[in-house]
Design a protein around this ligand. Structure first.
Ligand code: ZN
Length: 506
């Protein structure tokens, strides 16, 4: 017993000496290492650029004895408000670099203390470059390219800012485009270009089985689709080039695997001329080259109306709001094939950029209603503005197609007594709403529309691809139930529709 106790004591003592020695070593070495590696270097310089009144400011910083590096360049303009925005972007990047370099250095020291070895992966390399694809007295476009390399991983993002050089304000993307649903257009056009790139890539790759190729391709398509969903974040890297084309930059990982890096596509001016705002077209002097030809006024023969009698037959009226859009022609093809007439409640500003589509709608026997000029809520505008919304749209449609709309659908279905009195048109609402604007899901849309009954007015939007995709089956399902599709005036015939009255079903 005694002997055992003694032995225990010796072991404990040895352990204590060993441990204190270890801690001593640890603290000394930590102190040394910390002091030794604390060294940083930083220098900043400013030079002239090839643009008038724009300088280039460059900061280079080295920390953790060269394991962490920052290289940052930014433009400095004559406008302090613009500089403030650029500084805040740059400062944000610098502070993220500092955080990361500290984090990497802690990892480095931990590894060093545990193993006595130097970790080569503990680095933080941050780089910001910029480019100015366009600058004149009025506008300045700056593209930032930021890359972050930490340890074994890295990412890269490219984004652009458009500034008014006079006011110093940033110009939001929505001001560059004429239409509110410009993101849908960008998404669609980008996908078109990406698909071409993917197809080429897929055809080059060797596979043992064709099924493997298809599987591989479908993964790539999926990623391309996800990264081009019509949301602002996906299109933060847009640059207008001097010839009016758009370059869209996608971040690393956004639309393809990381090994592909930054992906860039170019949309030619001819494909976006219709959706660019007049300011931008003027700014780049694009009008002369690619004049938006004043629509000629051909005589349009409207198809004779159907002979469906809704007093006897089960009728529904399919209606489409917010167009015309890039999807409307596809919809018209479907309607033509199914031999069905519908009612379009169009926006004046969209009709203006797609006069051919408006003419086709009329020619093929559909009815056009007025949905206001630019989707303003009628309850939020003055009576004078309301009149203008309605008159401008009616006049434009009459002007391009010789057709005078005589139905009105207020945006959001919003109206009051005052509005009803002051428009001089019948109000057409709906009683079946598949909420296709909210749920971009063809299956859900189909299910919801199939609830339509005799006399229903069905609301849909020809600005969503998912809606157009659901239409053929919706039509077939309802036709199978012996339901007839008619235009809104036909639904209420032989009664004339009355100005100031609200219709939501027969
Ligand atoms: Zn609408």
């Amino acid at each position: 017993m005694r002997f055992k106790y003694f032995t225990k004591k010796i072991i404990l003592s040895i352990l204590a000496i060993f441990l204190s020695g270890f801690f001593l070593f640890f603290f000394i070495s930590k102190a040394n290492v910390t002091n030794y590696f604390k060294k940083s270097e930083k220098n900043t310089r400013q030079e002239e650029s090839r643009y008038d009144n724009i300088h280039v400011n460059t900061t280079e910083e080295q920390d953790n004895e060269g394991r962490s590096l920052l290289y940052l360049s930014k433009p400095v303009t004559e406008n302090t408000a613009i500089n403030k925005i650029i500084d805040s972007i740059s400062d944000d990047f610098i502070s993220k670099y500092h955080e990361e370099s500290k984090r990497q250095e802690r990892a480095y020291l931990d590894y060093f203390h545990k193993t006595g070895l130097e970790a080569h992966s503990s680095v933080a390399h941050y780089t910001q470059h910029f480019d100015i694809p366009f600058a004149n007295e009025d506008y300045l476009i700056v593209v930032f390219d930021q890359s972050r390399h930490t340890g074994g991983t890295g990412d890269n993002s490219v984004f652009s800012h458009i500034f008014s050089r006079q006011s110093g304000e940033e110009i939001p993307l929505s001001n560059i485009f004429l239409l509110d649903n410009y993101l849908e257009y960008l998404s669609d056009l980008s996908r078109e270009k990406l698909y071409l790139m993917i197809d080429e890539r897929v055809s080059q790759e060797q596979f043992e089985r064709e099924a493997d190729r298809l599987e591989w391709a479908s993964e790539i398509y999926k990623q391309a689709n996800e990264g081009t969903e019509p949301i602002l974040k996906n299109f933060d890297g847009i640059v207008i080039n001097e010839d009016g084309s758009l370059t869209v930059y996608f971040d690393k990982y956004q639309v393809a695997s990381g090994s592909e890096g930054i992906i860039e596509i170019v949309i030619p001016f001819s494909e976006i001329a219709d959706i660019l705002s007049p300011d931008i077209i003027n700014l780049f002097n694009l009008k002369e080259e690619e004049a938006v030809t004043k629509p000629k006024k051909p005589t349009i023969k409207q198809k004779t109306k159907s002979n469906i009698n809704c007093e006897l037959e089960k009728c529904v009226a399919l209606t489409f709001d917010d167009g015309p859009s890039i999807f409307t022609n596809e919809l018209l093809d479907i309607l033509k094939e199914k031999n069905i007439s519908v009612t379009f409640f169009v926006l004046g500003k969209s009709a203006k950029v797609q006069p051919e589509t408006i003419r086709r709608i009329v020619e093929e026997g559909h009815v056009i209603g007025n949905h206001g000029w630019d989707h303003k809520n009628f309850k939020n505008i003055s009576l004078e503005q309301l009149r203008k919304q309605i008159d401008d749209t009616n006049n434009l449609i009459k002007d391009i197609s010789d057709y005078s709309p005589n139905l009105l659908r207020p945006p959001y279905g919003a109206y009051d007594k005052q509005i009803l009195k002051n428009t001089g048109m019948p109000f057409v609402l709906w009683n079946v709403d598949p909420q296709d604007w909210k749920d971009r899901d063809s299956r859900l849309i189909k299910d919801r529309v199939s609830k339509a009954k005799r006399g229903s007015i069905i609301l849909a939007h020809d600005i969503y691809k998912t809606t157009i995709e659901a239409i053929p089956e919706i039509i077939d399902n309802l036709l199978n139930e012996n339901i007839k599709f008619v235009t809104v005036p036909e639904l209420f015939a032989p009664q004339e529709m009355i100005a100031g009255k609200v219709y939501s079903q027969r």
